[in-house]
Ligand binder design. Sequence first.
Ligand code: ASP
Ligand code: MG
Length: 588
Amino acid sequence: MALLVQKFGGTSLGSIERIKAVAQRIKSSKEKGDDLVVVVSAMGHQTDELTRLASEITVDPPHREMDMLLSTGEQVSISLLTMALNELGTPAISLTGTQAGIITESAHGRARILEIRTERIKNLLDQGQTIVIAGFQGTTLGIGGIAEITTLGRGGSDTSAVALAASLEAATCEIYTDVPGVLTTDPRIVKNAKLMKSISCDEMLELASLGAAVLHPRAVEIARNFGVTLVVKSSWDNLDGTTLTSNKKPDFSQGGIEHRSPVDGLELLENQAVVALSNIPDRPGIAAELFESLSEGGVNVDLIIQATHQIDSNDITFTIAENELHNALTQCEKLINTIGGDISFQKDLTKLSIYGAGIMGRPGIASSLFQILSDSGINIRLIATSEVKVSCVIDAELGKKALRNVGEIFKLTDKQITLNPTIKNNNEPEVRGIALDKDQIQISVKNVPDKPGTASTICSTLAEKNISLDTIVQSERKHKDKTKDISFTLKKNDRSDAKYALKELIGNWKGSKLEEGESIVRISAVGSGMPFTKGTAGKIFRALANQKINIEMIATSEIRTTCIISEKYGEKALNEIHSCFKLGKNES
Ligand code: ASP
Ligand code: MG
């Protein structure tokens, strides 16, 4: 007999008929002999409706009162569903977040879950009850132990369900929703997008804009950190849906369920080399040719960055293991002989990375990493960011010092620090899914001083305004006055705040200026098998070149390759890359 947590979203509970149908489904699960904890959202669009009512009274309702109001939505659905279950002869009892022991921090409207006191739930389970719990809400312990109702933020009942599954060590957490699961890409743009059978939580987090449409990212974060097996499936049929996996062992010793250190690992990978091609032509097909020939030469490329400079010339920089340098240079020379441009390289480098699901959406993390490196007098050769990882390439001789100082700042224990990690090749696909992010703009800061601390100052200036840089590309090329350029993308919403903050900052740097690029989109291909497969990047660049799509920026991390391209090609590019990896229906 296993314990299952099942969560039903608003659409699945949109009417009395649907509530009865859900009750029927729960009854049949129960009859298979499993113990059940059920988490529900408010019926249909009830939360929106309640929000609208409040807005008819005030434009600025107190957060506490909003929580009092919105939490009633879930209270309606738990009681109705419980009545329906009892009516079917399935003994059930409803609990609010407070009654279920879901303790949160006190931030009304966006509270994070600290712990779940599961005694009452466990007692009721022992009595054979099916327990129906209100999602999206919890309680603070309050001053002097006075409880206050809190809510977790919109979409938060996914998070409630996974947190319950983690605390109760449930075998599986099933999220029933109105889509069949996680698809390989956006089906509104790519007609033959296919349902994934499984995906790792890390991949799901990297596919942020794709994944968030299906699951609350905080729910994925908890599943990842506590090794919860999470299944997303449709409540309209009996199909399998998508299974999200994480091989982490649950560890409650590291602070609250959602209040852990955002960084949970630090790695140093030694014997790295950087190769930089500069002044190469800026036209579709160059990046494709380069990475195809590297892969033909047997070179496995790790990080790649590309930034466009003048109107018609590009720099592409990539990292490889040092022992592949000779091979890589041979391939590059061949190419440069036909297209023109310069090659430079550097050995004796080290890649330092921090990772953790909590890096996502917390701009202060990358900025404190850059800060500590700069305080230690370490210049960052290259930066690669992804949703859950930030990597910096630095001089090898400073590697150990960096490791110590960074470990200290993020309070990591020896167990969380790895020197030269070896990752297992589990034969995962090189590309699992592709996300198109239309919500980005591109900004370059030109002619910044080339010295430790510049990237860190830019990031921390933005982090203070709570603005995340999504793709950062620090180019290798130096201008005549020894300055260089840093380009990045950020959310459209943050444009004016970011520009304002940056203008003030670059006032301190003589000759430095801001430049906003043309409208762009960000396409990310993600797959756990990417580090083990040669030529993934080459395939992506070739797919774009075939459509004559020019790449503005390239930024990669281990399991993700991101291209920034002009907005007008976004949907075409998505289709092209999706089909080049044969991800669609009837393609594999
Ligand atoms: N009812 C809440 C909302 O609509 C929570 C949820 O559905 O997950 O945001
Ligand atoms: Mg939802």
